[in-house]
Design a protein around this ligand. Structure first.
Ligand SMILES: *[C@@H]1O[C@H](CO)[C@@H](O)[C@H](O)[C@H]1NC(C)=O
Ligand SMILES: *[C@@H]1O[C@H](CO)[C@@H](O)[C@H](O)[C@H]1NC(C)=O
Ligand SMILES: *[C@@H]1O[C@H](CO)[C@@H](O)[C@H](O)[C@H]1NC(C)=O
Ligand SMILES: *[C@@H]1O[C@H](CO)[C@@H](O)[C@H](O)[C@H]1NC(C)=O
Ligand SMILES: *[C@@H]1O[C@H](CO)[C@@H](O)[C@H](O)[C@H]1NC(C)=O
Length: 386
């Protein structure tokens, strides 16, 4: 068992498929609102972490001030140090998802300086400042399309809005304070807003390339791999997103040893407790049939049974009254069962029930002085329904 990609709660649903067309999905994954919330929380906390420290380009400005003359002012080394997200939301719209976050506070630091020519001398001063941002909203809407079997993410809109900037200057002359605030407040605001928007766009590009590099095939072992090519565009519904993948098993080219594939060995993670389900996966019967065909072709649906719970049954002595000839010919020899499927096990899914059929050949062998001698053979058809 591999480690799950995300600790999502999974619910499985099986749907009946009727003669699927060439590129129809065999597996559909529907991420519900609670799954989207979970993914959004991961995304927002990751974004808040990678957003800081954020450097904002320097701002320079010249201004004419009566009696003083032209003053050159700069705000430099503007750095966003910390962010605190209070609240975030994700909503599904026709074309994609919208994520919005409110930030309780953001702190910036910067250096300021000014200089002007007064008669023959140049007057200059500098200091630093701290900026407290109150009420900041960040929103991004993203669309997703299928491009050559991969997901292509694009940002449709991205915005950042700050309600109030509280700038506190340290050092320097106090007369300069109001002039500076008046001249720079909006510039600093829009520079920071732009820098945040740009950083989010960069993050979206990374997410897009991550999605684009997702494998199209997941190897199970040396026999089978699942074709995880996306088919169709994701479907955005009112509070869920559906992804369709091909989902059929195809031959693998890996070299790891085949798994011990016992019928009934497949385990499904079931939702536990009353937690709301985050992900629904629907599979059709072709998924099962494609993997059983591969294992059958690889000759893996065959097994030599030497041990069973009632071990005494696998000795000719236990059969001496029922089949005296066997005991006479091979006294007290151990027996082996060779069980093999003679056709790929097939699965049919109907509304409310699953039928599985396996046709088996069972050969009874006797271990006679280290040699395996077949003594009986029977054909069995196992039908099971759930
Ligand atoms: C995987 O599925 C896609 C879409 O159904 C299909 O076009 C592609 O040929 C499949 N790949 C293989 C190796 O079968
Ligand atoms: C899709 O794949 C084909 C063939 O592999 C390639 O020619 C085409 O450029 C790809 N399209 C995009 C949009 O990547
Ligand atoms: C800001 O300037 C004051 C004095 O002008 C200094 O004590 C303080 O360390 C400076 N802070 C930073 C972050 O540079
Ligand atoms: C399997 O095929 C993929 C490409 O389809 C290739 O990148 C990989 O190296 C192959 N693995 C082996 C073990 O041959
Ligand atoms: C088990 O039976 C199958 C089919 O009857 C046969 O192909 C296979 O060789 C047998 N295996 C052994 C180990 O005898």
């Amino acid at each position: 068992m591999g480690t799950p990609l995300l600790p999502l709660l999974v619910a499985l649903q099986l749907f009946a498929a009727f003669s699927p067309a060439a590129a129809s999905p065999h597996i559909s994954a529907v991420i519900s609102q609670s799954g989207l919330d979970f993914a959004k929380d991961l995304l927002v906390s990751h974004a808040a972490e990678t957003l800081t420290p954020l450097s904002v380009p320097d701002i320079e400005k010249s201004m004419s001030i009566p009696l003083v003359g032209t003053v050159r002012m700069t705000a430099s080394g503007i750095v966003l140090h910390s962010l605190a997200v209070t609240n975030s939301n994700v909503a599904v719209v026709d074309t994609g998802v919208v994520v919005a976050a409110s930030l309780a506070s953001a702190n910036l630091a910067m250096e300021w300086s000014y200089s002007y020519n007064s008669w023959v001398v140049t007057v200059s001063d500098c200091g630093n400042a701290s900026i407290q941002v109150e009420g900041m909203e960040v929103g991004v809407s993203m669309g997703m399309k299928n491009q050559n079997g991969s997901l292509k993410l694009s940002v449709m809109e991205c915005g950042c809005y700050m309600k109030e900037l509280d700038i506190t200057l340290n050092g320097g002359a106090s007369w300069f304070y109001q002039v500076f605030i008046d001249a720079f407040s909006n510039h600093i605001r829009s520079s920071v807003e732009n820098a945040i928007t740009q950083k989010i766009m960069e993050g979206a590009l990374k997410l897009d390339s991550f999605l684009g590099n997702l494998p199209k095939k997941i190897n199970l072992d040396s026999v089978a791999a699942m074709n995880v090519t996306f088919v169709n565009d994701p479907l955005f519904k009112s509070s869920s997103v559906e992804f369709d993948i091909d989902g059929l098993f195809i031959p693998s080219n890996e070299t790891t040893a085949p798994r011990d594939m016992l019928l009934g060995d497949i385990e499904f993670a079931l939702p536990f407790g009353s937690s709301s389900k985050m992900l629904w996966i629907s599979l059709d019967e072709d998924v099962f049939n494609s993997v059983s065909a591969l294992y059958f072709k690889a000759g893996l649906l065959q097994r030599m049974v030497e041990r069973i719970p009632d071990q005494f049954l696998l000795n000719t002595a236990s059969w001496r009254f029922l089949i005296p000839q066997l005991y006479k010919k091979y006294p007290d020899d151990n027996m082996l069962l060779n069980i093999s499927a003679i056709s790929p096990p097939s699965v049919r899914i109907n509304v409310g029930r699953i039928d599985a059929t396996v046709e088996l050949d069972i050969t009874v062998n006797v271990l006679d002085f280290g040699k395996i001698v077949p003594v009986a053979c029977m054909s069995v058809v196992l039908d099971s329904a759930t």
